[in-house]
Ligand binder design. Structure first.
Ligand code: ATP
Ligand code: MG
Length: 414
């Protein structure tokens, strides 16, 4: 029986895991630098945490959630996103008494989408959130933090910040009906999928990837034209702030984000190098969501970035380890070998042995493993209580007394 992996899932090893770990390190360094609290939530939650708040007509809720009944008939869902679990956790653990709360996490999300390049059914997300401030400086800080992290990981990428401003919930409601009206007038030019969204979720038509829809959307009424004075002012200040931080951005009036809870500023970092899976990081403000989930009436802002998509834009990472390869020519020297490996372990000198008593095979493995040193144990070495150490890059060779092996290597390696 050969068991396959589940479609849309992937195993991480080699270069992929090196990239994953490097991303994780950079994220946690930046989180520390900016005083964000790390918070990990369970990968499953009660379904109701997602179904209403994300929007009953959003793609995620309609088609993408992994939902199942457990044995006590509770309806559970593998988390498709991190913002609502973060809020749930902040409420559950009384973290909202002392505001603002700045939290972050990194972990797997689950969405039953059609797998393709940059799109998986289990993927990893980085998530940063600020709860309890509606100062535009919070928006600015959070976007800058995303920019810093992406720039550190991908200094040469083409990533470009796209922004839009959705305004208050009321404004958004009004805008949705203006938009529905406009799309109804142009219904014949829309794709079938978008036709079905005109009444329920007209915002989604704006970020459709279908060429016909894009044409119609490009001439649609813009949300920024219906903003209140206060919202306009806020938006201007954010743009000014980005300029003074020297973060290049473009305004993208079709940027609305997929989940229902967004209002205020929305943003995405996009690339031209990943085909249609072009968004690497996306986020925005979500006033009202925390209250909906049973918390206080405070606002929030956050973003999520896809680890796999970042990883696809990274160059190969060489995992160089200064390790020592053992070569032993005969089973007779086992005891001596154990003594040597015990010493290496005690001194934390990384070594590798392939459990083979064959010089040729060991040497070829050492070279394919990129070992720096070889410790050779043969007849002469065994009889006279020494080992031969060869530096593979300089080809120099030394005969080292058994009691002196770790001293010698420590000097060489460090
Ligand atoms: P898309 O438009 O690509 O479907 P989205 O709007 O559904 O993205 P968000 O919910 O904003 O995505 O998630 C934030 C980030 O998580 C995305 O920008 C992307 O980098 C990553 N992401 C989302 N869905 C997937 C997936 N199925 N596989 C891999 N990464 C994903
Ligand atoms: Mg999606």
């Amino acid at each position: 029986m050969k068991i396959r992996s589940v479609r849309g899932t992937h195993d991480l090893f080699g270069d992929e895991i090196n990239k994953y770990n490097s991303i994780k390190n950079i994220v946690s360094q930046n989180a520390k630098l900016n005083n964000y609290l790390e918070l990990q939530t369970p990968i499953f939650e009660f379904t109701e945490l997602f179904s209403k708040p994300l929007g009953e007509h959003s793609d995620v809720v309609l088609k993408e959630m992994y939902t199942f009944k457990d044995r006590s008939e509770d309806l559970l869902t593998l988390r498709p996103e991190y913002t609502t679990p973060m809020i749930r956790a902040a409420i559950t653990n009384n973290l909202l008494n002392d505001l603002p709360l700045k939290i972050y996490g990194l972990g797997p999300m689950f969405r039953r989408e059609r797998p393709q390049k940059g799109r998986y059914r289990q993927f990893n997300q980085i998530n940063f959130e600020i709860f309890g401030s509606n100062d535009f400086i919070a928006d600015l800080e959070l976007i800058s933090l995303g920019n810093d992290i992406l720039k550190t990981i991908l200094p040469l990428s083409d990533l470009e910040l796209n922004i839009n401003f959705l305004g208050s919930r009321n404004n958004l409601k009004k805008y949705k009906s203006t938009l529905s009206k406009y799309f109804k007038e142009n219904v014949s030019k829309l794709s079938d999928e978008s036709k079905s969204k005109i009444d329920l979720n007209p915002l989604r038509i704006l970020d459709s990837k279908n060429d016909k829809d894009i044409q119609v959307s490009n001439s649609s009424p813009k949300i920024t034209s219906s903003l209140s004075e206060e919202d306009k002012n806020n938006y201007e200040q954010i743009k000014e702030g980005l300029k003074s931080n020297k973060i290049h951005f473009v305004e993208n009036f079709n940027l609305v984000r997929g989940l229902d809870y967004y209002c205020g500023i929305v943003f995405e970092f996009k690339t031209k190098n990943l085909g249609s899976q072009d968004t690497v990081l996306g986020g925005g403000r979500y006033d009202g969501l925390i209250k909906t989930l049973g918390g206080p009436d405070i606002s929030g802002i956050g973003w999520a970035a896809g680890v796999e998509r970042i990883s696809m834009l990274m160059n190969k990472i060489e995992n160089k380890q200064n390790h020592v390869h053992l070569a032993i020519t005969d089973e007779k020297f086992k005891k001596y070998l154990i003594e040597v490996t015990n010493k290496l372990r005690e001194e934390k000198i990384p070594y590798y042995w392939d459990y083979k008593y064959n010089l040729k095979k060991s040497l070829s493995r050492a070279s394919s493993n990129n070992a720096q040193y070889i410790i050779l144990i043969g007849e002469n070495e065994f009889n006279n209580n020494f080992v031969t150490i060869k530096n593979l890059s300089s080809s120099e060779q030394y005969e080292i007394k058994s009691s002196n092996i770790t001293n010698f290597l420590n000097d060489q390696i460090r």
